[in-house]
Every structure is written in structure tokens, then in C-alpha cells.
Design a binder for this molecule. Sequence first.
Ligand code: NAD
Length: 369
Amino acid sequence: MPETRTLLLLPGDGIGPEVMAEVRRVIDWLARRRNLEFDLSEGLVGGAAIDAHGTPLADATMVEALAADAVLLGAVGGPKWDDLPFAIKPERGLLRLRKEMALFANLRPAMVFPALIGASTLRPEVVSGLDILIVRELTGGVYFGEPKGIETLPDGSRRGVNTQVYTTEEIRRVARVAFELAGRRRGHVCSVDKANVMESGVLWREEVQRLHDEVFPDVTLTHMYADNCAMQLVRHPSQFDVIVTDNLFGDMLSDEAAMLTGSLGMLPSASLGAADASGRRRALYEPVHGSAPDIAGKGLANPLAMLLSFAMCLRYSFALAAEAELLEAAVASVLDGGLRTADIMENGKARVSTRVMGEAVTAALGKLA
Ligand code: NAD
């Protein structure tokens, strides 16, 4: 019996639908040429859902997302919806998905394609061969901890409070994801905290070490303070394989690592939830970039971040590692061949539209397969 793979596509706003169209091209290719069927459905999120249903994510779409093997999201937001109240802004649709799907592990790879090495602000020899995966805890820590708020003190001055808080279970479940992924990569996890000055960091370090010793002794584990990690990422980034860290440090370190690779249009991401009894994890895949209203509808968007997000989906949600590698190799070969969208354009290269880039990747799949 053919396996069913349910995939919900949420193109969203701005360039979201344009880059998602290129994923559909790859999905068609996989169905025709590799006999891989996906049970596809498409829904609205963000501004598009507000226009249609008055809410950034309809309940029916949420139900579909919870039932799907994986959700692929383009981007949300744009000036049309900027003045709406916070509770019904486009971004709330994305936040609802992350919350109700309980996506606690955010995966951000930072890979440098040889053809784009010149796009990094660092010297080529520093970023050459770079392949880091940052696993960021996404639902706990200082962004959610209580108490939080701003209060007025008796003398009229004000006090702002946020609380950094982690439990054993929150630390162990994200560390487990990092160890499992490292086991499929180069086998090294660097856990990042501020155990020198924060009790929550002491707990983080102890729990990660304990899980390692109990369950993952074959993975190499090192610990690093977050400030040192920020420096090491620009000094000698290729020392890292998988970095696991909390919500706050992960927010910053993943953006720093992303910039080692050059362009926003090249950066994929995945967010994973807990595994159920069958090992299936709820998962949302999306490019790091936003809806880019400044270039929407002009055929200028780089679809590669979206396509690389789909490669992560093939790898992590559907255990199609060979197809994921094929898609990544197709992207690399198109870049080697000199095709560039406007955001990664260099002298001497051929500037192409979103659609032509997507067609070229699909053609490369055919050649490499
Ligand atoms: P953005 O990522 O949309 O754009 C930043 C700059 O990068 C723009 O100049 C844009 O043209 C360019 N860019 C982004 N993606 C590109 C691509 N694939 N190809 C070529 N160029 C690309 O960020 P912004 O301008 O700060 O935000 C625009 C809207 O997107 C806002 O409404 C914001 O709230 C929303 N946003 C959504 C998400 C998301 O859906 N996850 C993330 C960030 C921002």
C-alpha cells in the first residue's frame, strides 16, 4: 500500500504564494519521477486569512494543521494589515500554529554554498564548508516566564520584569532533539548557556549533560557560554556541528549564524514538536524571511529558502533523506551554474526570476537523479 504523506501548504502573504508555487513544482516532479505521492491541501494564513475569514488563522485550518504530517508555510504580514489590533494581526496566525502544535524545537541550519561564498561578510577561508545546525528552544525561557510586566513604583519610576525559567522536562526534550540530529550528522553537540551567572543556566548544563550520559554517550558533548559562542561563530564557525541553546540565546545566535551565509533568501527553518507513540513529530517548515512586500508580485523573490525548507521537511517529517539531499544538490548545482535571483546577484552571473529559478532547480533534479 502506498504510504500517505499529508502536507498542508499555507502560502500566506506577499512573496509567500510566489515561493510556494516553486515548491509545488518540486512536489509535482517527485510524484512524476520518484513515484512519491503527497496528500496535499492548501489553506490561508496571515493577511490572506484575515481578508477571507476575519481572523489570521481559521479554526478549520488549525485542525488541518494538527492532523497533517507536516505544514509548509510561506510568510505572513504586510502594510495592508499593519494597523490592525495586535490580537488579530497576521503574525498571530503563525504564533497560534506554533503554540497549538506545541513546536518547542526550532532548527536553523547555516550552510554556505560554495557558489555563494563571496556573499558572506567573512573571509572565504573562514566560512568555507560551513554546515551548522542551531537547535533553539522555542516555547519557554525569558520570553514566556512569569512574572513579567511593567509596574509603576511608589516613587513614580517604573520597573520592567521578565523571568528566565526552565524545567527539567523543557531542557531534556529539546536536548534530545539536538542529540538525535547530531547522531545523523557529525556527532557533535555544543550546548550553550550562561551557567557562570544564571541558575537557569546551571540547570540547563546539568540536565543536558545528564541526558547525554544516560542516553547519548556516543555523541560528543561540549558546553560553551553564550557570549563566547557569539565570538566563536565569527572567529572559527566550522568548529560547530549542532548547537543547542535556550530561546533567548538561540534567537540571537541563529541570526548571527545566518548572516555567515549571506542572504535572507537562502535560509530555511523547521520547528518540531514532541514525538507521538509512532515517532511522528508535529512539524512546521518555513523560510526565515518575511513576506517582503517591497518585492511581492514582481517575480523577484528568491525561492531557494522555501525550497530548502521543503528539503528539511522531506528529511525530518518523511524520512526521505535521499530526496532531501537531491533537492539540496539541485540548488547547489543551479548556483554553480551561475543563476541568481536579484538578492544574491553578482557580476558575471545571470539574473533570473522566481519562476525561472524554480524551473532550473526542477531541471537540475532531473539531471542529478
Ligand atoms: P522581510 O524578510 O520580509 O524582508 C527584508 C528584506 O529582505 C526586504 O528588502 C525583502 O525584499 C528582502 N527579502 C526577504 N525575503 C526575500 C527573498 N526570498 N528573496 C529576495 N529578497 C528577500 O522582512 P521585513 O521587511 O522586516 O518584513 C516584511 C513583512 O513580513 C512584515 O509584515 C513582517 O511582519 C513580516 N515578517 C513575517 C515573517 C514570517 O512570516 N515568518 C518573518 C519576518 C517578517
